[in-house]
Design a protein around this ligand. Sequence first.
Ligand SMILES: [Zn+2]
Length: 472
Amino acid sequence: MLLALACAVPALAQQPPYDVVIANGRVMDPESQLDGARFVGIRNGKIAAISATPISGKTTIDAKGLVVAPGFIDLHAHGQDDENYRVFALDGVTTALELEVGTEDIPGFYKNREGKALINFGASSSHIRSRMVVMKDASTSLLPTGPGGKMVATEAQIGEIRRRVEANLAAGGLGVGMGLQYTPAATRYEVLEMFRAAAKYKAPVFVHTRSFGTKEPGSSVESFMEVIGASAITGAPVHIVHLNSMSLESTPKTLAMVKEARDRGLDVTTEAYPYIAGMTEIASALLDQYVGAPDSVVHNLMLVATGARLTRATFEAERKKGGSVILFLNTPEMEAMAITSPLTAIASDGLIEHGKGHPRTAGTEARVLAHYVRETKQLTLMDAIRKMTLLPAQRLENVAPVFKNKGRIRVGADADITVFDPATVADQSTYQQPALTSVGFKYVLVNGVPVVTNGVVRDNVFPGQGQRAPTR
Ligand SMILES: [Zn+2]
């Protein structure tokens, strides 16, 4: 008897409380399809227990009535500073990745943010920006305005762009970022060379395709054929960014292409954001098609700085000044088709600067949960969570195994967790007030550290970690 007690006491003492316990929440995990009341125990930044019975922690979060989901992974986040990370965190995002444009300096990108980031971050190796360096583009913003986009590269220059792209893949880039509508002078051969670089590193190509519209040449369908073809030829996986804004009225056609390619064994994935309008830099090549267009067409453009709709005359003047424009081009019907397709991950394409930008930055995830799940019931809650967590993690886990431990509520997974009220979660951001943060996200944890508590983002906590591919 005495002996038994002596054994029992140390056994209990070996079970210190967890660092954090999320108690009584409705735990939803899209991989296991778990949907039930559980206690989640977190230790050393990892999920250490998922229990149907109470467990104790040094800190306990009461999640009664709330959904406990994997933290959202945004594959398309241009905003990579504290202002944007705070807005993303209040929309449930725990990992924000710059994969479309990417960076021409992978080591510098990670070094600049390590230890200073509220949420996890990462980037791809940029074709666009490497091209800007090699072609000597004078642009000081994200995208080219001159030869980086509009000058055809020689074979030697293509070789130099590829060399830079590969060096940044070797340094841990999560893929190759391309924006063919911003680099219209990139030939089909140059595109193939970048896919070959990606294939060598088993890295996906994240690509904004060459064009949108229904007119040939230059249709959405043609632009999807170019990159799916390059994937088939080279073996590089391809992720087509914002299918919604690249497809517009061709959305049913491009979704069918992605499905058919996948059914034939190609590794083709895609994403969408829940807004009818896009946003880009007014001086970029994408806007070339508006030069000389009638007022009725130019009126689809709204200047971010002032909120003013443009005319043919003001468009020409503003283009010389630079800045961003919102493009109202899609319909709610096509947006809904893109968002509700089982093929699409949810990705914001978000960027705000000093509170100005597109409402998708602050509101993408909440708008899907409020509008598509709660109000119109076009998506189940589990399907929506899958699009925000498991799908993006699966896109990256072959190139970066760290993502096998993200996007899931599972013992051993990283404790990136979003706790929200499904009855009240809602976006607040508008085209007039794009930085208004979402409501309903009560707790958000990054690597086990709460960055949002009681719906308020915390100051001076930086648990975000750089997510990268192994260096080689
Ligand atoms: Zn884009």
